[in-house]
Design a protein around this ligand. Structure first.
Ligand code: ZN
Length: 267
């Protein structure tokens, strides 16, 4: 520092002779240096931004939906048969149901990667239940692994009680496991009964306008699955493909393991 001031005092650093003193010259020099620095920084950030634009974030795995429409509104969920609901929409239906039964509901597993628990429902006493929801076709029963996952994951959510809700049923081993680990479960018929007595769930709403022969879209879908089994197997998991109809009325082949496998194929 002493050296620098000595230099300054002795005027050892020569500036071009300008009509102002060394102090002003120094200021100009500093300003000049600063302007270069800002220009460099500016350019660097612009390049960074460009690079970010060129390499967009990796896309999330695209899940094939059965229909082209986006996620359903709550109203649409309440008037749709199970067979028209995605896993997330089914979870939403249950969330709406439990909320009306005076539970506080946390939707913890929104959209698939649920780690065994989809909802945590909390009753008035503060007792927490871990809920796993499986929207399966009737022929596709919930396997024992699902029960184990739920039992294993309940502690992550600070729950003691567990409830497995499915539109189909549990396999034999799954039932045995559920009884052993005190997992309460609602199979399809029990679930339907509970939802109907709730009153807000009216999957027949739209059907009123349709022909009288179509009493229940669910029944129709079940029959369709049974009748529509094809010899074509799923390219992804090897299960047989079944004929399905989209809401637009277009027929297509869908994996019978839906929704755990969402493979589809045009007919
Ligand atoms: Zn499949």
């Amino acid at each position: 520092m002493e050296y620098l001031s000595m230099l300054l005092a002795s005027n050892a650093i020569e500036f071009p002779k300008l009509p102002f003193g060394p102090a002003v010259s120094w200021m100009l020099a500093i300003m000049f240096a600063l302007s270069i620095l800002t220009a460099v920084v500016d350019k660097a950030t612009r390049q960074k931004r460009k690079r970010r634009k060129r390499s967009p974030a990796p896309k999330k795995a695209v899940t094939t939906k059965r229909t082209s429409s986006g996620p359903k509104s709550d109203e649409a969920i309440l008037s749709a048969p199970f067979s028209d609901l995605s896993g997330a929409e089914f979870e939403r239906l249950l969330a709406l149901y439990f909320r009306d039964q005076a539970y506080t509901v946390k939707e913890v597993g929104v959209g698939g990667s649920d780690g065994g628990v989809d909802l945590v429902i909390i009753d008035k006493r503060g007792e927490k239940t871990a809920v796993q929801a499986k929207c399966y076709s009737v022929s596709n029963k919930v396997p024992v692994q699902t029960v184990r996952e739920l039992v294993g994951a309940k502690r992550n959510h600070d729950c003691i009680l567990t409830l497995l809700v499915t539109t189909s049923d549990l396999t034999g081993p799954a039932k045995a496991e559920a009884e052993q680990f005190k997992v309460e479960y609602w199979h399809g018929a029990l679930l339907e009964q509970k939802l109907r007595s709730w009153g807000k769930w009216q999957p027949g709403k739209k059907i009123g306008r349709q022909e009288a022969a179509a009493k229940s879209e669910i029944r129709k879908a079940q029959l369709e699955v049974a009748a529509a089994s094809t010899s074509i197997t799923c390219g992804k998991c090897g299960a047989p493909m079944v004929r399905r109809k989209s809401k637009n009325g277009e027929e297509f082949l869908g994996c019978s393991k839906f929704p755990s496998c969402r493979q589809t194929k045009p007919i």
